[in-house]
Ligand binder design. Sequence first.
Ligand SMILES: *Cc1c(COP(=O)(O)O)cnc(C)c1O
Length: 375
Amino acid sequence: MDKKIWLSSPHMGVKEKEFVNEAFETNWIAPLGPNVNGFESDIQNYLDSDIYVAALSSGTAAIHLGLKLLGVESGDEVLCQSMTFSATANPILYLNAIPVFIDSEKETWNMCPILLEEAIKNRILNGKKPKAIIAVHLYGMPYKADEINAVARKYAIPVLEDAAEALGSIYKGVKCGTLANISILSFNGNKIITTSGGGALVSHRKFDKEKAIFLSTQSRDNAPHYQHSEVGYNYRMSNVVAGIGRGQMLVLDERVTARRNNYERYFEELSSIELFTFLDEPNEFYSNRWLSCLLTSSYNIREKIRLNLEKENIETRPLWKPMHLQPVFSKYLSFVNGVSENLFNRGLCLPSGSNLTEDELSKVIYYIKNCVENA
Ligand SMILES: *Cc1c(COP(=O)(O)O)cnc(C)c1O
């Protein structure tokens, strides 16, 4: 059997080991150290010099702390994009808050601003004004930030931007990860760059960074002994892991180019087939194309392709199953228009790693074509 072709596997550059070795040689193994600060300023320089970055142990941890910083407390309602990975929504429950799920629009597959406003009006009428909005740039495609922000501003509800999949994406000239009150990034193993596991909280306010670091290092008060007035978390990124991140930041632009090239290749080879559609970039939207997604004409065709590729040792995955259809979340209120369920039934994420070889891409395309020619 040929070597497995993965959906999205880690892709190291050349400098990561040097930064990690430096951590060993200087014995900066224990949590903090120069790589953490270095990684934070690398991200800051990349995104926007006017922002503040706190490196954390995961994107999920960043969402958890981000919601806390936005003042979400037990019993509060949080409006959350339904079409996403569960890590977007789980931290709402960590805080004993209540998720309310919002369906997607068709142009970006992200939170529908019209449904968002409908939901806000409904919740206000019921005496439950939402405390925060979580919007997600799915697969790297920016959400409609102007429209979402306009609704959020109209009702004075803060937005948490889940940019876990969108480092390197750009919306109307502004980098994803800087489009909201608080944003989060992920450096999990399958993301566009990785530290093996890690995340970051991004804010336009220095206070948020300082508070996130305080909370993520067990909320220690300023005293010679260990003194705590608040519940703390162990969410800070380690200095060893941050070394990997520093190396990865050096190749981020190359990684974006490689993933965009994968998408272009799939588009060129497959878009003329009537059964398929692709997610185009709207004007002034720039996606890092973290994952290339193929939308087929039916569940059956999607499954046929998925199973045939699996036989060839090629990993693919249906699009994210919406949260309002997940057993763990289905009891919560949702505002639904059918878009995300339809995408889930017909869509497939194709191998998208920045380390895919030309031969591997050709093989994936060959077997997809093969499936539909014999349909
Ligand atoms: C990966 C991901 C997260 C979580 O990040 P981790 O670093 O894995 O905790 C959150 N939201 C989305 C949309 C993701 O894809």
